[in-house]
Write a protein that binds this ligand. Structure first.
Ligand SMILES: Nc1c(C(=O)O)ncn1[C@@H]1O[C@H](COP(=O)(O)O)[C@@H](O)[C@H]1O
Length: 161
């Protein structure tokens, strides 16, 4: 089964990153969750980056706040696609520190960056990547999209005069 990794710089990121875990589990994907910090556990980061693809992981979602080096460093080490989630941590500069340090990667080392605290979209994007080669997940994404449409149509019926 395809696995998605959800890693984050600190346990304090979990309330935000849980949205990615929940949506991935909703698509019945196997999720590997871990705390990995480029700053505080550099040896673990290195080991994680060079071995993740050997464990059946297909996509890595990496969330971090402040000087968010984790997504970029994982992308530098791993051949897998990396989705970065900027996290608005407690003493951040309104989250901009995290957004810019994840977004502004140098050429050759991409990180697909979602919105600030956008872990849910990171999970959906990861599922869509899996869906390109897994029909079962693709079908679940089609159902999910249909659900989004229905919600808007139902909402419109309620407010339309
Ligand atoms: N940005 C990073 C990295 C990293 O990029 O490696 N490691 C931890 N952190 C971030 O520090 C913030 C505060 O962490 P604490 O709450 O543990 O002090 C968190 O948002 C974490 O992602």
């Amino acid at each position: 089964m395809s696995k998605v990794a959800v890693i984050m710089g600190s346990t304090s990121d979990l309330p935000v990153m849980q949205d990615a875990i929940d949506i991935l589990e909703g698509f019945d994907l196997e999720v590997e969750v871990d705390i990995v910090s480029a700053h505080r556990t550099p040896e673990k980061l290195f080991e994680y980056g060079i071995t993740a693809h050997e464990r059946g992981i297909k996509v890595i979602i990496a969330g971090a706040g402040g000087a968010a080096h984790l997504p970029g460093m994982i992308a530098s080490l791993s051949p897998l696609p990396v989705i970065g989630v900027p996290v608005k941590s407690s003493n951040s500069i309104d989250g901009w520190d995290s957004v810019l340090s994840i977004l502004q990667m140098p050429g050759g080392v991409p990180v697909a960056t979602v919105a600030l605290n956008g872990a849910k979209n990171a999970g959906i994007l990861a599922a869509q990547i899996i869906g390109t080669s897994d029909k079962c997940t693709l079908d679940k994404i089609l159902v999910y999209k249909e659900g989004l449409k229905e919600k808007v149509i139902e909402g419109a019926k309620k407010v339309k005069k």
